[in-house]
Design a protein around this ligand. Structure first.
Ligand SMILES: C=C(OP(=O)(O)O)C(=O)O
Length: 577
């Protein structure tokens, strides 16, 4: 299988610590029409071009029909409707007209579908929703006309390592995750959406893996997230060592006791979730509750803003699944790296600094209003004793005034426990004043690192700056934790940094009261806490805070770590996402 051009072992940034061995499946980007396919046709070429375009459309229609037959329920319906679009005579007419005007078949298909998409978008509502399916018809048909392999997400026939240059949040969400053994992307960073979803599901993932898409499709690869490597055709020794490590991790997962240091100082261990299914999958005691419910994940595919009536049953279902445990809900964090069709401003030059998260209240106040109304209604349906366990917080709070307005709105809807995320340096610096307005805060260290270091979290080339061990980031976390201790209010961390066992010890030493992470990361963090008394966590925090650089901060904490934890969790190596 190995070819001369094929890279041997590809390295990137590992996400989590798990590993998988499976055949590689490539996700192909939408085809680009090359310049020679864009040249005007000679009239004598038109009949052949028309035949090629018609055949491609018919084959795409047949392909979607075949996939529909194998797909369950709603997905089958969507695929059948997509097939119908490819077979639509109106589309064929528009393509014919363009070819008769002298366009090549790929350009004609592309243009005809763009025309129909524009009409549907203008019509709005359900019509507009169909434009995504038409885009898929366009990409598949153009690829066939050009003789290229089908683009987009592959149909997975068994456990597979899915490899792409990049995956959009919607791509990742629509993968058949029961068959995804691992995710590999050439771009992205350790706090990007692919990494977050992979962590959540415990799927091994390597991002920034330059050259991974050059590994031939079908090659069996070993993906080791702990070391950030993808090894084609791995030998038995590597497979055996990965298996042994997985068994060690499974043994750790058997301890489901509440999070606490060796001397019994409690640190709530919570899970980050994006869907109700995620909450249901948590099982009875893996986490002590939900520390971050990313509600925007529920609406990634929605074209229109979900109404209060649509949202209420979803939250009611989520709270029922949490069975009275703390559930920290974040109101919609739309914009920048989490685009939602109905909430994202199209014309922003700098979306990460734009109207996103809580700031949408300036342009679309009804969005927050409807969500809080739905959350309030779902909360009121709970037994009285459980209502205070629904904690609702706003993302991207920058000032105490914003915290005050948010708290007033949330409380007006009957939400008892209201909080703010601390992910903007201005908020960390004013954490005491923000805590005067709300009941708790939660540090989003992914965004806090992005905004403190002025480094785009989606730009994997800036990973060193985005490191939560950066002294400037640690100082802001420490300032926030101090404000929590002074006001005796909870300060959680729900950014990816909480899932690093070594960082979790430092955060505990800084005074953080809860750690929320993707569920598969909980056992290692629980294990690390259990082996260190609070005094040792404090010493680690102090040592990390006084280090001049991120690697030195980590090293300073590592030197004070219990040796059995360092060995078992393999903390000695280079930091991975
Ligand atoms: C938890 C966070 O939010 P998200 O990653 O969803 O933006 C964060 O920024 O740390």
């Amino acid at each position: 299988m190995t070819t001369a051009n094929q890279p041997r072992t590809v390295s990137g940034l590992g996400v989590g610590r798990s590993a998988a061995v499976a055949p590689l499946v490539l996700v192909r980007a939408a085809p680009a029409i090359p310049p020679d396919a864009r040249r005007p046709l000679d009239p004598a070429e038109a009949p052949a071009a028309l035949g090629l375009a018609r055949r491609a459309l018919a084959e795409v229609a047949a392909d979607f029909t075949e996939r529909a037959a194998a797909a369950p329920g709603a997905l089958g319906d969507v695929l059948r409707s997509t097939s119908g679009m490819a077979a639509d005579p109106e589309l064929a007419d528009r393509v014919r007209a363009r070819i008769e005007e002298g366009q090549g078949p790929a350009v004609a298909v592309d243009g005809a579908i763009a025309e129909i998409i524009a009409l549907l978008t203008a019509a709005g509502g359900l019509f507009a929703e169909r434009s995504t399916d038409l885009t898929s018809v366009r990409d598949h048909t153009v690829a066939r006309v050009l003789g290229l392999p089908a683009p987009g997400l592959p149909e997975l026939r068994g456990p597979s390592v899915v490899c792409a240059v990049d995956l959009s949040p919607a791509d990742t969400a629509s993968l058949d995750l029961t068959k995804v053994a691992a995710l590999v992307t050439e771009s992205g960073g350790p706090t990007g959406h692919t990494a977050i979803i992979a962590r959540q599901l415990g799927i091994p993932c390597v991002v920034r893996a330059a050259g991974a898409t050059r590994i031939p499709e079908g090659t069996v690869v070993a993906v080791d997230a702990a070391n950030g490597t993808i090894t084609p055709d791995p030998g038995q020794a590597l497979v055996d060592s990965l298996r042994a490590r997985a068994e060690g991790e499974r043994a750790l997962a058997e301890d489901t006791s509440p999070g606490a240091t060796a001397d019994g100082h409690p640190v709530a261990l919570l899970a980050n979730v994006g869907t109700v299914d995620d909450i249901e999958r948590l099982g009875p005691s893996a986490a002590e509750g939900v520390g971050l419910f990313r509600t925007e994940v529920l609406f990634l595919d929605a074209v229109r803003a979900p109404s209060r009536e649509q949202q209420t049953p979803v939250y009611a279902h989520a709270f029922a699944a949490a069975k009275g445990a703390r559930t920290v809900v974040r109101t919609l964090d739309a914009g920048a790296d989490k685009p939602l069709a109905f909430a994202t401003q199209e014309d922003e030059e700098n979306p990460a600094l734009g109207v996103r998260g809580y700031r949408l209240v300036r342009t679309l106040p009804e969005l927050l209003e409807e969500q809080l109304a739905a959350l309030g209604e779902a909360t009121r349906a709970l037994p009285a004793a459980d209502r205070a366990q629904v904690w609702v917080m706003a993302p991207m709070i920058s000032t105490p005034e914003e915290a005050r307005i948010f708290a007033r709105l949330a409380r007006a809807h009957g939400i008892e426990t209201v909080g703010a995320m601390i992910e903007v340096p201005a908020a960390a610096l004013r954490a005491d004043a923000i805590l005067a307005e709300v009941d708790f805060v939660s540090l989003g260290t992914n965004d806090l690192a992005q905004y403190t270091m002025a480094a785009d979290r989606l730009d994997g080339a800036l990973t060193d700056l985005l490191d939560p061990w950066q002294p400037a980031v640690l100082s802001l976390v420490a300032a926030t934790a101090r404000a929590g201790t002074a006001t005796r209010k909870p300060v959680g961390v729900c950014g990816e940094s909480a899932s690093d066992p070594l960082m979790a010890l430092v955060l505990t030493g800084l005074g953080v009261t809860s750690l929320s992470m993707s569920a598969p990361a909980l056992p290692a963090v629980r294990h690390a806490l259990r082996h260190h008394p609070l005094s040792q966590c404090r010493a680690m925090a102090e040592a990390a805070l006084s280090a001049p650089t991120a690697p030195q901060a980590r090293q300073a904490a590592l030197t004070l770590t219990a040796p059995e934890v360092t060995t078992l969790l393999g903390l000695g190596g280079e930091r991975r996402g």
